[in-house]
Design a protein around this ligand. Structure first.
Ligand code: ATP
Ligand code: MG
Length: 558
């Protein structure tokens, strides 16, 4: 957001809390973190958390940590770790070049568990998982104490050490926090904090066969790194008492504080790592960065900018109540970001030849065009103009309806940046399809010449048939079939069969010839486009349409 914009000066509720914590001396430095599990690519929801957390650290002159939450033993997923780093950097979140891994703290977590046992605050339980569930009670009934709850400290230390040493099978025993089986908060009914799992961990190998549970591990990770504010989403609100119980009983001098905010939800959009993963794995999409997805990698490939995503997060706000945002708002932000920054060039997506019969054969001239009429700083470029051009098929009609101001026999229009042309005829094939449009031009009417003799109602774009660059253009619709809703009964995405349209026979003006710079352009009248980073080659350009130009979305002006 620009300086002076209201959204930038209004504080969100987390900032209000931080201000209080600084004022009363609870913390002297603000340290936040983003803790992804490296089990998939990040999506737009994660971007909210990244932008929020890194933004707070920056605003308060503190630090922001990128920490991989890899306490679950699993196969090495270097691919995900690298992709996540790249996405976080691309969004502009500065983690100061240092990456943290939760698994680096396994020793600390183990020592912490021992400490709790010694304090009489944790015990080894031999109940099975099913029994533990049964003993837990319900929301309306208190739980029952496990028969193993009153084991002595010595016995617990002995059993826990032997759990660590690999003496027991998976699931044979667990370590539980000793809190309160009658607590109205189910999370406080002696939660399991360590389980046995004979699995190889990508970082620690076979060193451990016991692994900490999230609710125990996470506060320790935060406290170990000196996080001040552990910001997470609303579903963890009920876990906060446990978070506090862990850090308080482990005697951290400056325990971190958990604050929850509402997740970002987008209407009719597939977020949720496991759903995206399924689309990738069943081949519905071309990888995690398929431009129809809302992973950060996909948004980047589609052509969204970090600035547009940040603006979107700013507009959607940080709140305590769940709400759903519109994808159209993200598109609005992209248009706002690009409209003055990027060149406006001409591309014809569905070409038909236009022949200017009174233009001399074998001759061309160079015209000058503004790169962006609303931003002079982008300068001008040269365009070659000649007798044969391509225009959009939809810009010509033999028999037009009322209020059609583009080309039809007898009508005159302006060719953008060039001349007035008047349609004098057309050719068709044996099926009656138009194959060529003929016209004459008026040399007096050159753009920029100050001609005022007469006016025309329509302006159309074109490319020079000789110099235009053939290219492929990909148009997208929502991958979700909005009429059916996002998911079917089995939790599969209802895929819109028209979500991708590939146009192979397009032309873009010569100024883009051979480009391999991944950049965005406005293709006049057709929308904002970006060179596809994966498939485009200098001699075979591929563009993605990011958004069309028109929007029904208007931001609230309050
Ligand atoms: P998903 O639910 O989409 O599969 P996740 O929550 O399992 O994602 P994690 O890697 O555990 O993914 O999340 C890392 C961080 O991102 C967490 O702190 C989580 O709260 C935050 N986060 C995930 N989804 C959203 C969202 N939609 N809005 C805001 N923050 C989110
Ligand atoms: Mg998760």
């Amino acid at each position: 957001m620009e300086e002076g914009n209201e959204a930038a000066v209004t504080k969100n509720f987390i900032e209000d809390e931080i201000d209080k914590d600084l004022a009363n001396g609870r913390y002297t430095e603000i340290v936040t973190r983003f803790p992804p599990e490296p089990n998939g690519y990040l999506h737009i929801g994660h971007a909210k958390s990244i932008i929020l957390n890194s933004g707070l650290a920056k605003k308060y002159g503190g630090h922001f940590h990128l920490r991989f939450d890899d306490t679950n033993p699993m196969k090495e997923k270097t691919e995900f770790v690298e992709a996540i780093k790249k996405d976080v950097e691309w969004l502009g979140a500065d983690y100061e070049g240092k990456v943290y891994f939760a698994s680096d703290y396994f020793d600390i977590m183990y020592e912490s568990a021992i400490k709790l046992i010694k304090k009489g605050l944790a015990y080894v339980d031999d109940l099975s998982a099913d029994e533990i569930r049964e003993y837990r009670g319900t929301l309306t009934e208190p739980g029952k104490n496990s028969p193993y709850r009153e084991r002595t400290i010595e016995e617990n230390l002995d059993l826990f050490t032997r759990m660590k040493d690999g003496e027991f099978e998976d699931g044979a025993r667990v370590l539980r926090a000793k809190i309160d089986m009658a607590s109205p908060n189910m999370n406080m009914r002696d939660p399991v904090i360590y389980r046995i799992a004979h699995m190889t961990h990508h970082n620690t190998g076979d060193k451990w066969c016991i692994y900490p549970m999230y609710d125990f591990a996470h506060p320790i990770e935060d406290a170990t790194e000196g996080i001040s504010h552990s910001i997470c989403t609303l579903e963890f609100e009920d876990h906060r008492p446990l978070y506090d119980w862990v850090v308080n009983n482990l005697d951290y001098p400056h325990p971190p504080r958990q604050i929850e905010f509402a997740k970002l939800y987008l209407k009719n959009v597939v977020t949720g790592k496991r759903y995206i993963k399924r689309l990738v794995e069943n081949g519905t999409v071309d990888g995690w960065d398929d431009p129809r997805l809302v992973t950060i990698a996909a948004l980047r490939r589609r052509g969204f900018t970090p600035e547009s995503i940040r603006m979107f997060m700013e507009l959607s706000g940080v709140g305590k109540a769940n709400s759903t945002s519109d994808y159209a708002m993200l598109e609005y932000c992209l248009r706002e970001d690009l409209k003055l920054k990027k060149k406006r060039v001409m591309a014809v997506l569905d070409p038909i030849k236009l022949v200017i019969t009174n233009y001399p054969e074998g001759v061309e001239e160079i015209l000058e065009a503004d790169n962006n009429l609303e931003n002079e700083e982008l300068g001008k470029r040269e365009l070659s103009f000649g007798r044969e051009l391509y225009i959009e098929r939809s810009d010509f009609m033999i028999d037009p309806p009322k209020k059609y101001y583009r080309l039809f026999p007898g009508n005159e229009v302006r060719l953008m940046n060039a001349y007035f042309v008047k349609c004098t005829g057309y050719k068709t094939d044996e099926n009656g399809n138009v194959t060529e449009v003929e016209c004459t031009y008026d040399p007096e009417t050159k753009s920029g010449s100050g001609f005022t003799g007469r006016k025309v109602k329509g302006t159309i774009h074109w490319v020079n048939a000789r110099t235009a660059v053939p290219c492929e253009v990909r148009l997208y619709e929502n991958i979700v079939d909005e009429e059916k809703g996002v998911y079917d009964d089995e939790g599969n995405v209802n895929v819109n069969p028209n979500s991708l349209t590939v146009l192979k026979n397009c032309f873009v003006e010569e100024s883009l010839k051979g480009t391999d710079t991944v950049d965005q352009y406005q293709f006049v009248r057709n929308g904002f486009f970006c060179l596809d980073s994966k498939d485009s080659k200098p001699d075979a350009l591929v563009f993605n349409r990011i958004v069309s130009l028109k929007s029904s979305y208007k931001p609230d002006k309050n």
